[in-house]
Design a protein around this ligand. Structure first.
Ligand SMILES: [Zn+2]
Length: 473
């Protein structure tokens, strides 16, 4: 496949170090709040990338961290501790917050048909690894102790700005002017590897280290977790464009300083989702989540289709008008797929021909919208329904739009109401009533819990002005 590489700023042929193996790393969420759908755009596109690589015959191992310590509200080392803020907001411990929002994140991923990475590692489970790498960086003189913290010295690496293309003069993108400059830093871009002198008196999570009791900075976790499971050579590292600086820039600096060689060959970044011209941000208090979309009557698949219809390197404009259009598109697509009557054997030569077209389309810098165009071309084609169904199942390995499930459902004839078990119907209706009462009492946590409980049993609720309906997912 060909893919845009942020490191070289060009679309390149993807060549892993040891084909067919692909070592893929993804920056995971900071689990202090629900994920907003803008963040989930990145995870959807990374999911498509992973599935495409598998489809193309690669043997992918994908690792994701969970940030449950050390991430301050600016991506530099300033502001408040995000986890602590979440715990204070909800009168819970940091670990309770981490557990709750980690589960919420993977519940959202499941609704969006995002595959769980092979390895998911919370940062708090790797403190020994962080201490070890920081020790190496100190030994190699890439790190220093000042004001009781351990900092990475960015002036020691030759090409610190290799990912951003910035020079030292116009750096500090993402660092606000109104925050206090840390006078312990030798260079403005230096970052904290280990906080010993905590600025938060109520810091809940602390560990012993050779430099005193403290906790790790945010950036060190990804280098260490990637190394622990994938070794010192990565093929591809993923994230949102807001991770490029400082997070990924710092990951490269510290990894290559510690290992003494190039670390990762390809850097994949997904653009922002914008709402009415501005970037959606949790700090503004408007958290647009998967649950909000469901409450507004949109199947999470409608959002997935919306993301796949545009290119991952272009900013995407969110509005409910666009979602309404996308909902119509998705529903009519599902209808067409369910209406297929696959009888007899598929024409495998045609299936292969379509597989090639689809592979070429999506393989050109993950052009998912062209992949979907080919899906429509297939639906319009005069080939048999059996051939169409076979190709749709094939495409859906990458797209994951619920098309395979729709075909299975149509084949089982369970699309009609008569097939639904009466006991199940009574049970779900009771749950819907319980949820309505919870909502009326403004107990949204309970309402969400009921919906998630049903979702776990394969029951999807749909809210609209007329009330709540349900279907088997
Ligand atoms: Zn990371």
């Amino acid at each position: 496949m060909r893919i845009y590489n942020t490191l070289t700023k060009t679309v390149e042929e993807f060549v892993p170090n040891n084909p067919p193996q692909v070592k893929m790393y993804t920056c995971g969420p900071t689990v202090y709040h629900y994920a907003h759908i803008g963040n989930l755009r990145s995870y959807i596109m990374e999911d498509v990338l992973e599935k495409y690589l598998r489809y193309a015959g690669y043997d992918v191992t994908r690792v994701m961290n969970i940030t449950d310590v050390g991430h301050l509200s600016s991506d530099g080392d300033t502001g408040e501790d995000k986890m602590l803020k979440g715990a204070e907001r909800e009168h819970k411990t940091v670990m309770e917050i981490a557990e709750f929002y980690t589960k919420a994140f993977f519940d959202d991923c499941a609704k969006l048909r995002i595959k769980r990475p092979d390895i998911v590692q919370p940062a708090t489970g790797c403190i020994d690894e962080f201490i070890q790498m920081i020790g190496t960086l100190l030994e190699k003189d890439y790190a220093y102790k000042a004001g009781e913290n351990i900092y990475f010295d960015t002036s020691k690496v030759r090409d610190y700005y290799c990912l951003t293309g910035h020079s030292a003069d116009n750096l500090m993108v993402g660092v606000r002017d109104d925050v206090d400059e840390d006078t312990n830093k030798r260079n403005r871009a230096d970052f904290v590897l280990w906080f010993t002198k905590s600025k938060f008196e109520n810091q809940q999570l602390k560990w012993d280290s050779p430099w005193g009791v403290g906790y790790p900075g945010w950036h060190i976790e990804c280098s260490c977790i990637a190394c622990k499971y994938l070794g010192e050579y990565l093929d591809i590292h993923c994230g949102g464009v807001d991770n490029i600086f400082p997070h990924h820039t710092n990951e490269i600096a510290q990894s290559e300083a510690a290992f003494g060689h190039k670390w990762c060959n390809y850097w994949f970044h997904v653009q922002h989702l914008n709402e009415r011209g501005g970037k959606m941000s949790k700090s503004k208090g408007n958290i647009l989540t998967v649950s909000v979309l469901e409450d507004e009557g949109y199947d999470p698949m409608v959002y997935r289709l919306f993301c796949l219809q545009s290119h991952y390197r272009k900013p995407l404009e969110f509005s409910y008008d666009v979602m309404d259009n996308m909902k119509t598109v998705y529903e009519s697509l599902m209808k067409r797929v369910k209406a297929l009557k696959p009888e007899g054997e598929p024409d495998m030569a045609k299936v292969q021909e379509y597989r090639q077209k689809f592979t070429d389309a999506v393989g050109e810098d993950l052009n998912t919208s062209l992949g979907i165009t080919i899906l429509y071309e297939l639906l319009k084609d005069s080939v048999s329904d059996a051939t169409k169904a076979e190709s749709i199942r094939d495409f859906d390995k990458v797209l994951s739009l619920g098309l395979t499930e729709a075909l299975d459902e149509a084949a089982a004839g369970s699309g009609d109401e008569a097939g639904v078990d009466a006991d199940l119907a009574a049970y779900v209706e009771a749950k819907i009533q319980e949820r309505l009462q919870a909502k009326a009492a403004k107990d949204y946590a309970k309402a969400d819990a009921i919906r998630n409980e049903l979702a776990a049993q394969g029951i999807r609720l749909k809210d609209s002005k007329e009330g709540t309906t349900w279907e088997k997912a």
